[in-house]
Design a protein around this ligand. Sequence first.
Ligand SMILES: Cc1ncc(C[n+]2csc(CCOP(=O)(O)OP(=O)(O)O)c2C)c(N)n1
Length: 381
Amino acid sequence: MRASYFCKKLSELGIDTVSGVPDSLLKNFCEYLDKSQNGETDDGIRFKHFTAENEGGAAGICAGAYLATGRPACLYMQNSGIGNVVNPICSLFHRDVYDIPLLMLVGWRGEPGVKDEPQHVFQGKATIKLLEDMDIETFVVSKDTTDEEVNELFETLGKLLKDNRQCAVVVKKGTFVDEKSRAKTNGRDYVREEAIGDILKLIGENDPVFSTTGKISREVYEQSDKIYGNHSRCFLTVGSMGHTSMIAFGYKANHPEKRVFCIDGDGAVLMHMGSMAFIAEQQPENFVHIVINNNAHESVGGMDTAAKHADFAAIAKDCGYKNVYIAENKEELEKAFAAIENNTELTLIEVRVALGARDDLGRPKETPRENKAVFMGKVNG
Ligand SMILES: Cc1ncc(C[n+]2csc(CCOP(=O)(O)OP(=O)(O)O)c2C)c(N)n1
């Protein structure tokens, strides 16, 4: 299915506001929306496209757009994001509350019978049931869905939306055929995997490291194995995007004697940014929060985050982190680590890196349960 055709059908339903959090299965769709917003498509349709900080926020935008226009909006997400929209769907959109129509587009990671990463397996199994439990009329599309079937689907969707229903189109892997993507750059040159290797060397061999969802954890895994021959003190937060700093905090609260490192991403920090204020309020000693900032959701296709104009070091300072540093290269990173060597106060280091990752970047070979067992054995001694 061409993303352009799907978008044309959206437009025919009167939808012109589209918001969500990117997913690799929806990459072509998101790229088409961006082009449309910039007036670069041939069909003359102009969507208002907002990449939100989390799926719940995107649902809010869709509700607001309806309140302004009386027309439904479209909310897109990876199925991992369903958890973030349960509350707005059940306590805002549903007909027992404000009765607001909504069309959701949900990337189906972990579809039963299709090989995927362990963090997607249960979410994939639960996806249709979760949507149906929220009273959402749910449909599935795949690469085999014909234009005729899409037309029929949109006729049904049109009727449901007129009745103010919430509907979901669940998108199987490979549904949207490739739009030509543009190579993206953010003007920086510190390669993220190199930065992660430098960070791990500066941390040393033993302190616990909690790393965020996506390629950051994959690079922590690869670099740690390369540098230390193992990654046993690394907790790889393969799912649960945006919660790594709180996982690290929960660990730290029970191990006051340890120095704890959290390696976060800009998209992940933005997703649940309140955690920064919480951690600052708690002022844990020997807690180092490192934000790898590439201004993008690089792991799922490089769509922009709202980090372009966000200064994480300044935000952390305002929240109450005592030491904040920005590093754009190895030397600046080394300076930041030298400055905190004998300083136990709460620290944030923003590491500004380039976009991109190796094509042959590995994935953990052990299961998350095995990672947990080895990690707990290593860091609780
Ligand atoms: C709740 C939720 N929404 C969306 C995703 C899909 N997802 C996985 S990684 C990622 C991007 C993370 O961006 P960032 O933290 O900036 O790290 P980067 O990928 O740029 O290294 C997204 C959106 C997810 N795993 N969970």
